[in-house]
Design a protein around this ligand. Structure first.
Ligand SMILES: Nc1ncnc2c1ncn2[C@@H]1O[C@H](COP(=O)(O)OP(=O)(O)OP(=O)(O)O)[C@@H](O)[C@H]1O
Ligand SMILES: [Mg+2]
Length: 265
């Protein structure tokens, strides 16, 4: 379970650029929740993820994961419990290492023995099976350098790397946004299957309102560092994109400002 209490972060405090990116975030995520996050540009969505992964420390508030206070825990310690994928397929993998070597690093992460570059045969077979299930031709490219893979193949592989060591939390920051539509759909499909099969507690930022409402069991809307809508259950089931836009402008007194969201790309 993820518990966030009164989380606050102001960048460049005391300067003309002062900006409160997180303004009192409260969020409780029971195990197995799959939450989609929408919001205008600069709403604080990625900043929320950065606070959770430990890229910076918040000014106030607390983050607990399974009861443990991780608010000020070093980033590399949290990395064992939290998997994250970004929009950029180049992030999260080592391009000069092979698929097998990258997977070996992720797979042995957090275990007691020293980092093993080579996988035991049974582990290699297990990972090859998982790659094969993605239907992206990755199982035949175990010895290929990751830098040579397509963006979609890299995201699928990064997803496997992020989830293979049983994370307590999976964070997806527009991880399909840089892919062409067909590949994005494929990677999203793999994501949904992985989350479901492994019952991963997941937060997914997306600019696609349709998939935000269709995927997972709960949808948050962020605006100016706050969570302004938190939708689940029947209310969410009934909601269409138009309703969401109406709710947004009703509350904010203006239209939503996110080009990609509105263009539905
Ligand atoms: N390290 C930083 N230093 C200064 N300002 C920052 C920093 N990180 C984020 N910000 C600011 O905080 C605000 C929130 O940014 P954030 O990246 O969280 O937005 P977002 O909701 O992810 O938007 P987008 O949809 O464009 O990705 C923005 O105004 C951004 O410029
Ligand atoms: Mg962002």
């Amino acid at each position: 379970m993820l518990e966030i209490r009164d989380l606050e972060k102001t960048f460049a405090r005391g300067t003309v650029n002062e900006h409160t990116a997180l303004d009192g975030i409260d969020l409780t995520l029971p195990d197995g929740d799959f939450v989609t996050i929408l919001g205008s540009n600069g709403a604080g969505k990625s900043t929320l993820f950065n606070a959770i992964t430990g890229a910076f420390w918040p000014d106030r508030g607390a983050i607990r994961l399974d009861g443990e206070n991780i608010t000020y825990q070093p980033e590399h310690v949290r990395a064992r419990k939290i998997g994250i994928l970004f929009q950029d397929p180049m992030k999260g993998t080592a391009p000069d290492m092979t698929v097998a070597e990258n997977l070996a690093l992720a797979y042995t992460h957090g275990r007691r023995f020293p980092l093993a570059r080579a996988l035991q045969k049974k582990d290699a077979d297990f990972l090859r099976d998982r790659l094969a299930a993605f239907h992206m031709g990755l199982e035949d490219r175990m010895k290929m350098k990751v830098g040579l893979l397509s963006g979609g193949q890299r995201q699928a592989m990064t997803l496997l790397m992020a989830t293979v060591a049983e994370p307590r939390l999976l964070l997806l920051d527009e991880h399909t946004a840089a892919l062409d539509p067909a590949t994005a759909e494929k990677v999203l499909d793999i994501t949904v299957r992985t989350v479901r099969e492994r019952r991963l507690t997941t937060l997914m930022i997306t600019h696609n309102m349709q998939s935000a409402l269709a995927l997972g069991n709960r949808t948050l809307m962020m605006e100016r560092g706050k969570i302004i809508l938190d939708l689940a259950g029947e209310e969410r089931d009934r909601l269409r994109v138009e309703d969401l836009l109406r709710m947004y402008s009703g509350r904010q007194g203006r239209q939503l400002d996110n080009d990609r969201m509105l263009l539905g790309k």
